[in-house]
Design a protein around this ligand. Structure first.
Ligand SMILES: C[S@@+](CC[C@H](N)C(=O)[O-])C[C@H]1O[C@@H](n2cnc3c(N)ncnc32)[C@H](O)[C@@H]1O
Length: 330
């Protein structure tokens, strides 16, 4: 009898119609409000995910290089301090390029791995899974194309396994203190005592470095931000004239965050057919599209304690720009 073929890749994805409803509802709510906003998770359609990969290569965008340096120097040590054996769940995995350094270290220790990436973009999950399965013959992937919080509920583990959750790239910085506490508590609730979370968190630094990181000379981050309007045009039949908006990134010192906005260059009206909605913009009025909170090390320890973890160890890059924090669930 032929041996059963082991399926090494599964993807769980909510129906497309469902995903589009959320996008439509969130755009409707955000653009009808007095202070116009659209949540940053909607940057990541197929083009947006590629633009983010290009941002990671920019000289101004230091977080990816700093976190990569930490893993290049310390991946074996980080994994050595994490529980064993593990299954890995990653929140907002994107291209998983940095994750490969951790996967290498885990495979050195346990030979095979069940990797469970959660990302809102199905395209990036599929492209990444194909690459990873080609590189690692003993890797099994269950991908979840959904919001972090939904994906965490579907986490799988063998009886003998611990969970190592990864939340890299300072994705946590996209959330205000209340929201990040909620996400970290939800992550903790999906874990058991002794499981671990590796959190990449960007550190506070001078405004000019931060603002350049989110407003590069080539205009790639501007394109990433403006792509949100193209996405609304395409998926919700809107008529945003993209050239009538400009990208703006500012460091908000009092709130400790870099803000990204799309600023209307003129007074204008935009029609979103799928929502039966017409939105008026004043000249200079903005759509607030992203926050990137920056942290100091004390804040990170407080966040760990407030969400049911204990800070175990922190690694920094050589220029002390970025931190990787291993938290243990208590
Ligand atoms: C800034 S990128 C970081 C990617 C990668 N972790 C890294 O460090 O380079 C954020 C990733 O998280 C995903 N993402 C953003 N918000 C999300 C959400 N609410 N739920 C699931 N995925 C999300 C995006 O699609 C994107 O791939």
């Amino acid at each position: 009898m032929p041996k059963p073929v082991q399926v090494r890749f599964n993807i769980n994805q909510p129906a497309i119609v469902n995903t589009q409803n959320h996008f439509a509802e969130d755009v409707n709510r955000g653009l009808s409000a007095g202070h116009k906003t659209v949540p940053p998770k909607y940057f990541y359609d197929a083009l947006g995910s590629q633009l983010f990969e290009a941002i990671c290569l920019l000289p101004e965008y230091y977080p990816t290089r700093a976190e990569t340096e930490i893993f290049t120097q310390h991946a074996a040590e980080i994994i050595g301090e994490a529980p064993s054996p593990v299954t890995v769940v990653e929140l907002g995995s994107g291209s998983s390029i940095k994750t490969r350094q951790l996967i290498d270290a885990i495979l050195n220790r346990q030979g095979s791995l069940h990797y469970q990436p959660i990302d809102i973009s199905p395209t990036i999950l599929e492209q990444t899974a194909e690459k990873l399965l080609g590189i690692y013959p003993t890797l099994m992937i269950t991908a979840m194309a959904m919001d972090y919080t939904h994906g965490l509920g579907s986490l799988q583990r063998q009886k003998s396994e611990h969970v190592l959750a990864l939340f890299l790239g300072s994705n946590i910085g996209n959330y205000n203190p209340e929201e990040s506490r909620e996400i970290l508590c939800e992550t903790r609730n999906a874990l058991r005592p002794g499981d671990a979370l590796l959190l990449g968190a960007d550190l506070k630094k001078p405004a000019e470095i931060l603002e350049a990181a989110y407003d590069d000379a080539l205009g790639v981050t501007a394109a990433f931000n403006l792509n949100l309007l193209r996405r609304i045009n395409e998926e919700l039949q809107a008529d945003f004239e993209i050239r009538n908006f400009r990208h703006n990134a500012i460091w908000n010192e009092s709130l400790g965050r870099v803000e990204m906005h799309l600023v209307s260059r003129i007074e204008q009206k935009v029609r979103i057919e799928a929502l039966d909605l017409t939105i008026a913009f004043r000249e200079g009025e903005s759509i607030h599209t992203e926050n990137s909170y920056k942290f100091d090390l004390d804040q990170i320890s407080v966040m760990a304690n407030d969400s049911g973890f204990r800070q175990h160890r922190t690694w920094l890059d050589s220029e002390k720009r970025f931190s990787c924090n291993l938290w243990i669930a208590v």
